[in-house]
Design a protein around this ligand. Sequence first.
Ligand SMILES: *[C@@H]1O[C@H](CO)[C@@H](O)[C@H](O)[C@H]1NC(C)=O
Ligand SMILES: *[C@@H]1O[C@H](CO)[C@@H](O)[C@H](O)[C@H]1NC(C)=O
Ligand SMILES: *[C@@H]1O[C@H](CO)[C@@H](O)[C@H](O)[C@H]1NC(C)=O
Ligand SMILES: *[C@@H]1O[C@H](CO)[C@@H](O)[C@H](O)[C@H]1NC(C)=O
Ligand SMILES: *[C@@H]1O[C@H](CO)[C@@H](O)[C@H](O)[C@H]1NC(C)=O
Ligand SMILES: *[C@@H]1O[C@H](CO)[C@@H](O)[C@H](O)[C@H]1NC(C)=O
Ligand SMILES: *[C@@H]1O[C@H](CO)[C@@H](O)[C@H](O)[C@H]1NC(C)=O
Ligand SMILES: *[C@@H]1O[C@H](CO)[C@@H](O)[C@H](O)[C@H]1NC(C)=O
Ligand SMILES: *[C@@H]1O[C@H](CO)[C@@H](O)[C@H](O)[C@H]1NC(C)=O
Ligand SMILES: *[C@@H]1O[C@H](CO)[C@@H](O)[C@H](O)[C@H]1NC(C)=O
Ligand SMILES: *[C@@H]1O[C@H](CO)[C@@H](O)[C@H](O)[C@H]1NC(C)=O
Ligand SMILES: CC(=O)N[C@H]1CO[C@H](CO)[C@@H](O)[C@@H]1O
Length: 661
Amino acid sequence: MGRYVYLFSFLLLSTLCTSSQVSAAKLNQTQAEVLRKLFTSFQSNFSVPSSRLNNSNSDPCYWNGVTCTSSGSSEVVRELSFSNFDISSNKSSSLEDFFDRLCSLHTLQHLDLSSNQLSSLPDSFFSNCTGLSGLKYLNMSSNGLSIQFPDFSKFGGLEVLDLSFNYFTRTIPNDIFKHRNLTFLDLSQNRLVGPLPDVFNNLSKLEVLLLNANELSGPIPKSLTNLTSLSRFVAYQNKFSGSIPIGLTKYTKLLDLSYNNLTGELHPDLLRAPTLESIDLTNNSLTGSIPGNMSRNLYRLRLGGNKLNGPLPTSIGILSRLSYLELDGNNLRGQIPSNLGNCKNLTLLNLASNNFENELPSELGNLSNLVVIKLQMNNFSGRIPYQILNWMNLSTLNFSQNALSGEIPSQISKLKKLANLNLGGNNLSGSIPSTIGDMSYLNELQLGNNKLSGIIPAMPVHLTTALNLSHNSFSGPILSSSFIKSSELEVLDLSQNNFSGQVPESLTYLQFLTLLDLSNNNLSGTLPTFHNWVKVISTSNALLSREATSNSDHLHLNSKSGNKISTVSLVVIVGSFVNGIIASFCLAFLITTCLKKPVGTDNEHNRTQGAMRHPSVETPSLDRYLEMVKRWQYAARVEGPRQQRRYMTPIERYRALALYD
Ligand SMILES: *[C@@H]1O[C@H](CO)[C@@H](O)[C@H](O)[C@H]1NC(C)=O
Ligand SMILES: *[C@@H]1O[C@H](CO)[C@@H](O)[C@H](O)[C@H]1NC(C)=O
Ligand SMILES: *[C@@H]1O[C@H](CO)[C@@H](O)[C@H](O)[C@H]1NC(C)=O
Ligand SMILES: *[C@@H]1O[C@H](CO)[C@@H](O)[C@H](O)[C@H]1NC(C)=O
Ligand SMILES: *[C@@H]1O[C@H](CO)[C@@H](O)[C@H](O)[C@H]1NC(C)=O
Ligand SMILES: *[C@@H]1O[C@H](CO)[C@@H](O)[C@H](O)[C@H]1NC(C)=O
Ligand SMILES: *[C@@H]1O[C@H](CO)[C@@H](O)[C@H](O)[C@H]1NC(C)=O
Ligand SMILES: *[C@@H]1O[C@H](CO)[C@@H](O)[C@H](O)[C@H]1NC(C)=O
Ligand SMILES: *[C@@H]1O[C@H](CO)[C@@H](O)[C@H](O)[C@H]1NC(C)=O
Ligand SMILES: *[C@@H]1O[C@H](CO)[C@@H](O)[C@H](O)[C@H]1NC(C)=O
Ligand SMILES: *[C@@H]1O[C@H](CO)[C@@H](O)[C@H](O)[C@H]1NC(C)=O
Ligand SMILES: CC(=O)N[C@H]1CO[C@H](CO)[C@@H](O)[C@@H]1O
């Protein structure tokens, strides 16, 4: 019985399907024939796997990537989306055939050929294709297209043009500026050179202009300031010079001109327009002070790596949406205004490498959404306010190279998510809070160059990257119990203290250790034998002797002997490679999403996962990757690959040194 029901259902279903096919199979015969030939050529000439095509239905409108629309009594082709079809061809005659056929589909409005391997396009498509004047959307992103920037004048109706991630060379031809209906133009990640013509006035509907990662030079065109609908203008990582045209931010929501060669003072109205939400001018040569007149809608303000001076305006306190504030690497001075504490949505605060001074206002404790705070290399003095205990989401804290004094507040161990803590190079005294072992995410602790004393309390379990206590006044024996939990520590620097007694055998159980610096202490007894990949520095301990078999000091960073060094080197290579890939992905992510919204929770999510994985592989936060991407790419272009390692973590750098120096 069940079997018959099944059979009946099957028949019914087949009938329904067939009839629906019949009734829908009314695509204009001419076009149907064109599509049949296109799909045949996919298989025969472009080695597209047939699984991609799904073209068994008799009506081409049901095939993968084909969208039809009714036009009078029949259907016509409206959209072709062949993204990621693995279309590849190096036979120009096949390509000409293919594009000639496309060109005959006069009803086509949307053509997506992105993420294939087209590598070149037939000249005839641009010079002779008159059939696609109704085309509104053309996406040829990510094809490795290595051609000169083509003439798009035959596609007069274009609204969206995406040519990103190719190798288009030369300058942009002026004819692109005739496309009055253009709303979205993405030419990012190509090899475009030369100045941009100052003729954007015709593109009055332009909303998004993406030019990042090319080699465009000359001034930012003034005519862009006339485009009232332009809401996103992204041109980071080019060679633009001159000053930022007055009025460029009058209508934009998002402006990113970072990593260029811009000069001149920031105009007092630059940050003023209420539409402005995100501005990134990092790494230019801009001067002047930060304008006090700021849009209340700003959530991202990045002006690092410039030559700005003057104070951080107190009006910063009105920016209730502000999530990212990065002003590092300028000549800013004065104190942090206490009403910065009003910016409750701040997740990233970076004021490093400036001339800020005075005490840290306790109001900073109100910033309970902080994930990263970097205040290193300033002249901050006074105590670290205990209110920092409110930073429950904090992952990175760097107050190094200031003049902070007093004790490390014990409340710091309440910051359960803190992974990187750097208080090195201050005047901190007293002992390390005994509860530090409770910080279960902590993986790097830098306390060198202070006046700390006492013994080393038990260190936390995920302390893996480095523990640096050098140049302090610690005394007494090095206790086994200090490191009993943190068995995966890689770098341990106890140099320049008053440690005495024996070096505990248990330090040799730290299986991931690569550097142990015990120099300039009062240690005695016999140095235990470490694995031969551990660089042990034990000089200036008058009473400490080494066993005959001990490796230690003679093994230098550039030693090529010993297989373990090679293993470490391999880790570096693989690590860098993986980072590179992740970085590339992040760049794509950056372009599509990150620029639109603050990171906040993404950031947090990444970090949390990272800390729980294999401890020796640090997984930096999304934000760090974004910065790494930009810097690595910049370094690769401008400074050469050797300079790229300047942007690595201490342990990456340490390992890289073992490889390269
Ligand atoms: C199919 O469409 C073309 C235009 O693309 C038109 O010239 C032709 O007359 C149409 N054929 C039929 C049978 O509708
Ligand atoms: C394949 O390309 C050749 C030219 O290289 C062309 O003559 C032929 O028609 C194409 N095949 C199909 C099915 O389009
Ligand atoms: C193939 O096309 C049919 C419609 O003709 C559709 O139901 C099915 O989901 C498609 N399969 C794939 C893998 O795209
Ligand atoms: C062209 O492509 C075919 C197969 O895709 C490959 O075997 C051949 O080496 C390629 N020729 C050139 C010149 O790249
Ligand atoms: C173009 O295609 C790429 C890859 O499929 C996609 O990520 C991008 O969003 C598309 N561009 C536009 C403007 O739709
Ligand atoms: C464009 O068409 C003209 C006339 O049909 C022809 O002479 C020329 O060779 C074509 N150009 C290309 C690049 O196919
Ligand atoms: C531009 O858009 C308008 C309104 O949609 C339309 O009437 C006009 O034909 C388009 N221009 C071109 C060149 O397609
Ligand atoms: C702007 O449009 C006008 C009128 O269509 C045209 O004459 C002019 O050449 C265009 N300018 C540019 C730079 O394309
Ligand atoms: C902006 O538009 C106005 C009016 O169309 C025009 O007079 C002016 O020259 C334009 N400015 C620039 C910089 O192109
Ligand atoms: C930046 O501009 C200055 C002159 O303003 C020039 O000397 C320098 O070469 C430029 N740097 C780059 C990387 O283009
Ligand atoms: C602060 O951030 C939260 C979460 O991202 C968001 O919901 C809220 O609207 C933001 N507050 C302001 C004033 O923008
Ligand atoms: C003007 C400026 O700060 N330029 C810097 C941009 O970044 C590169 C590398 O990141 C530096 O070398 C430049 O000095």
